[in-house]
Design a protein around this ligand. Sequence first.
Ligand code: ZN
Length: 381
Amino acid sequence: MTTHASLIHDTLQRLASLPPGTEPFLSLYLDMRTDGGGTHPGLTYLRTALVRQGRALGQRGAAVESFQSDAERVQQYVDSVLDRSHQGLALFACHARGIFEAVALPLAPQNSVVVAQSPRLYQLARLVDDYRPYCVALLSRTRARVFTVALGDITLNAELHQSDREVTKIQAGGWWKGTYQRRVENTIAEFAEDVAARLAQVCEAEHISRVVVGGEVTALAALERALPAAIGKLAISIDRMDAGLPEHAVLLRTMPAMADVAREGEAQAVAELLDLAAHGELAVVGVEPVIYALQQGAADELVLSDSFSAKGWRCTNCLTYGSGGTPSTCPACNAAVVQVDLNESLAGNATRLHVPIEFVRPGTQLDGSGGVGAFLRYPLP
Ligand SMILES: [Zn+2]
C-alpha cells in the first residue's frame, strides 16, 4: 500500500478510536478541484459554511472559543499550507481536545462542514471501502510491469524484463525452425512464471484483494496459466489494454472497471446477507440487532446502505450507543447522553473495532430490511 493510502487509513483508525467527548468537533470534506475559471468552489463553500456554523453556536462559551480557534486554523491551513494538487481534503479539528488532523484525498469528496460532538467519519470510511487497493499486471512477451493502486494513487511495484533471463539466441529457419518455435514458447511461459511469482508476492505483501491483468494476448494467456489458483480467482482482465500504457493511463483504464467490480460485490454481499439472515444463520439485519452484534464483538463485516438514516443516542462518557428513544442517562454508566446520526455511529464503531464495512448504494433489497446488516463470526444468543 502506498504511504498516502496508509496515512488515510491510520487517520481514520485514530479518529474512530478517540474516547467519547462533548467538545465541538469540526469535520470537513472539501472538493478541491478548480472550476473552468481556475477558482476553487470548495474553498468558497468552506468560508460560507464556517461563518454559518459559527453563528449557529452562538456568542460565548468554551465551545464557541474552541470552534473559533479551529475555524481560524482551518482557514489558515487551507490558504497557506495545503497542497492544492490533490482533488480533495478531509480535515478534523477540535481545539479543546488538541486535535488537528488533515489528509489530502486523491479523489474529490462531497463538500461538507459539520460541527458535532464527535468526528464525522462516514465519508472517509466510505472512500476507503470504495477504493480498496488492487494490483495491475501489464505485460508483453518481453516486459511486464506490476502496479498497485490504492485510493486513486498508482505506484509501480515491479518491472520485469525477459532479458533478465538468459535467452539463447537461435537462428530461425531451415530445420531449426521447430526448435526455435519451442524455445520461444518456453521463454514466454518461463517469463510468465516469473511475473506470476512477483504478482503473488505483491498481493500478499500489500493485502490485495483484486488483480487486473492486461497486455499482449499471447503473454496474457501464458500468465493466466502460470498464476497460482488463489491469485487467479482475484483476477479480472481488461481487453485491449496496451502493454506500454503510461502510469496515469493505467489508472484511468482500470478505475472504472474496479468500480464495476465493487458494485457487483455490493449486490453479492446484500444477497448473501439477506439469505443468511432469512435462515437465521450467521447474519443479522436491522439497526438494533446490528448494534448488538457490534457491541458483542460478533460482527464480522458491516453492510451499510447509503440510504440508511436514523437518529440515535450515545453516551458522553462510555462507548454505549443505541437506536430508538433517547434515554435520560446512559443505561450503562448513568452519564449524560447526546443525540447522534446512527450511520456515523455505526461506521465509527465498526472502524474502531476493525470490522470491515461494505457500503452499498441505495436501491438494493437491503433498503427494505432496515438499510443495515452484519455478517457474524458466531451465532448470537
Ligand atoms: Zn455510558
